[in-house]
Design a protein around this ligand. Structure first.
Ligand code: GLU
Length: 428
């Protein structure tokens, strides 16, 4: 399955700079909390950034050099945690924002991690498996000194998967001269992965949607859902929502979208996608390549689960959903978020809605360190417990401060990190 974007990003404009968007959310929350100058300064900058240029022998016998980053935003609450993405669009400001969002995300669900993120500028679709493996191993070697089970624990993100994590785990273990499974999460089950991790982000999206529905008084069967993205988050999230009784009326991949007002048969859609690698040609639905129009379809719930900067000042006025559950990181720009809030659209923000993935990553890390593995029922019920509690705490915080859920989530998470900072003090 692919997890691409149907709508182009616009890195030239401030609205579309994810780091500035993150910073805006941070500043608003910091103002509400009356955060003192020192904490504010510390938390608004990443702790550490590493940029590497790694040579890879390509299948044609030539050497290519790829640029990658690993940013550790913060480690106050524990090792930094966050995915590694492979994409031609990767840039340092994006990785910085994603790393900071991981700090807030881990804090929202109260798992003992800080935040980090990695990215390599490459187009995996145009690379062979061998080239991807050599790139992954060489990038891992280049960032080896700063990762580790107690330092910084990567995971899958856009265009990386279980196989990528297996290569990272193996490369790290070869250097350590011992098998070290807890250095990454999102691994295959056979090498220390966790049951339920693959679908965890989608499951968290479903749990968030259920909680949000209760809050605004809607029932799943009366909820038409438009899902942007058919990868690990969008595809599996749509499948779980479908099983829960929601009516999925549209889903997209990076090439186009399908729509059927009566509801899509999600298992059939995912089978088609697996076989054909495109949604085009799916029986029983109309197909369009106009990705922008998909977000503006009539529906109750919109789940952007592809990439950043999809809901912007350019299209926000035409969005019809009354509820948005953010499966992707940063799908709504700060300006668009404000507009939605003013219009009374409920937005369950990314740092809460897609936190199911990192929550089960935490379970995986714990299981690896214990060498004792849990059943899928235990994983899923602990995930549900954490997500439901986080949702309730975000809601209470937003009600207490009279702000939207996004600002509530930032206030809750930044407040937690700030209190650790005060308790630990500054080492000098
Ligand atoms: N890449 C995922 C995210 O953005 C998962 C991170 C993790 O499990 O560490 O939340």
């Amino acid at each position: 399955m692919s997890s691409g974007s149907a709508v182009a990003t616009h890195a030239h404009n401030d609205e579309f700079n994810p780091f500035l968007s993150m910073q805006k959310g941070f500043d608003t929350a910091a103002d509400h909390l009356g955060l003192e100058q020192g904490v504010r300064k510390v938390l608004s900058m990443p702790d550490r950034e590493l940029t590497v240029n790694v040579p890879v022998l390509m299948d044609n016998g030539k050497v290519e050099v790829f640029t990658g980053h690993r940013v550790q935003h913060n480690t106050l609450r524990g090792p930094s945690k966050g995915g590694i993405r492979f994409s031609p669009d990767v840039d340092i400001d994006e990785v910085r924002a994603l790393a900071a969002w991981m700090t807030w995300k881990c804090s929202v669900v109260n798992v003992p991690f800080g935040g980090g993120k990695g990215g390599v500028i490459c187009d995996p679709r145009s690379m062979s498996i061998g080239e991807q493996e050599r790139l992954t191993r060489r990038y891992t070697t280049a960032i080896l000194d700063i990762i580790g089970p107690d330092r910084d624990v990567p995971a899958p993100d856009m265009n990386t998967n279980e196989q990528t994590m297996a290569w990272i785990m193996d490369t790290y273990s070869m250097h350590e001269r011992k098998t070290s499974t807890a250095v990454v999460t999102g691994k295959p089950l056979s090498i220390g992965g966790s049951r339920g991790r693959l679908e965890a982000t989608g499951r968290g999206v479903m749990i968030s949607a259920n909680e949000a529905l209760k809050m605004i008084g809607l029932r799943p069967e009366d909820t038409r859902v438009v899902v942007q993205g058919a990868g690990n988050v969008g595809g599996l999230g749509a499948m779980l929502l479908h099983r829960e009784g929601y009516r999925i009326t549209s889903i997209s991949d990076m090439y186009g979208y399908i729509v059927n007002e009566r509801g899509l048969d999600m298992p059939a859609v995912l089978n088609h996608l697996r076989e054909k690698r495109t949604l085009e040609g799916f029986d029983g639905a109309d197909y369009s390549t106009d990705g922008k129009a998909q977000l503006e379809l009539d529906c109750e719930l919109l789940v952007p689960a592809a990439t950043e900067n999809q809901i912007t000042t350019e299209n926000v006025d035409r969005i019809k959903a009354r509820l948005i559950v953010e499966g992707a990181n940063g799908p709504t720009t700060a300006a668009a978020s404000e507009a939605l809030s003013k219009r009374g659209v409920t937005v369950v923000p990314d740092i809460l809605a897609n936190a199911g993935g990192v929550t089960v990553s935490y379970f995986e890390w714990v299981q690896d360190r214990m060498g004792y593995f849990w059943t899928e029922e235990i994983v899923n019920s602990r995930l549900e417990q954490i997500m439901v509690q986080a949702f309730a705490e975000v809601r209470q915080t937003s009600e207490k401060f009279g702000v939207d859920l996004r600002t509530g989530a930032y206030i809750l998470s930044i407040g937690r990190v700030a209190s650790v900072y005060r308790m630990r003090g500054i080492f000098s």
